[in-house]
Design a protein around this ligand. Structure first.
Ligand code: HEC
Length: 202
């Protein structure tokens, strides 16, 4: 028992003495390793580097799923008929979500969450600065306007369909006349053409 006596720590609380019972070496090393791991983890995921972390990962997954789905609709063309179909054909509803999320990611800081305007013009009224017809929206999104005050997006989107679907989403904001929006800029243009559903092949 004497060896146990040696292990007694030299203090007592309320008359209770305790053994000096160190944690096993493997336990302490495990602790040290988790500390080191936490630093590495923090630096990798939380140091503000773009494209890391669960949000970026989620975005990549959504983009990936949408890209795969794009196979079903092929490459959309920047024609009036195509834009009208994207706006009004119920089959495009789920794809318009791509336009919506693109707008919410890239455009709201200048055009407002509902398109009510800010740095950029209000897109919920009937006035437009450089848009005369539907297809102009695609052109402005691709090439920008006013010497880059409206930035060009041509090379920034992962797929040409993204531009078309964003244009359709923007075009649909017309006439929503969001309360408290920016005062009209430019001139009133004719209404968007009427959508005439094309007979389906199948
Ligand atoms: C940095 C600010 C900024 C961002 C970001 C931005 N825009 Fe613009 N946008 C503008 C400005 C400023 C104009 C007006 C240009 C002009 O004077 O002709 C404009 C004009 C437009 C127009 C034409 C409106 C009109 O009245 O003729 C469309 C359509 C448009 N933007 C769509 C978008 C879309 C879609 C996005 C996101 C992919 C976007 N913008 C992102 C600033 C921005």
């Amino acid at each position: 028992m004497s060896s146990q006596k040696d292990l007694l720590s030299d203090h007592a609380y309320d008359g209770i003495q305790e053994y000096d019972n160190p944690l096993p070496g493997w336990w302490k090393w495990l602790f040290v390793l988790t500390c080191i791991f936490s630093v590495v983890y923090w630096v990798y995921f939380h140091s503000g580097v773009d494209g890391r972390g669960i949000h970026a990962e989620y975005d990549r997954h959504v983009a990936q799923v949408m890209l795969e789905r794009f196979g079903d609709i092929g490459v959309l063309e920047a024609t009036e008929e195509q834009l009208l179909a994207a706006m009004y054909d119920p089959e495009f509803d789920k794809y318009l979500k791509v336009g919506e999320s693109t707008f919410k990611t890239n455009c709201v800081q200048c055009h407002g969450v509902a398109g009510e305007g800010g740095v950029g013009p209000n897109m919920t009224d009937d006035h437009y600065k450089t848009i005369k017809e539907l297809t102009d929206i695609v052109r402005v999104i691709e090439n920008g306007a006013a010497n880059g005050a409206m930035p060009p997006w041509k090379t920034r989107f992962s797929h040409p369909n993204v531009t078309i679907l964003t244009a359709a989403y923007v075009a649909k904001m017309r006439g929503t006349n969001v309360a408290g929006g920016k005062s009209p800029e430019g001139t009133v243009i004719p209404p968007w053409p009427k959508y005439v559903p094309q007979p389906k092949d199948n």
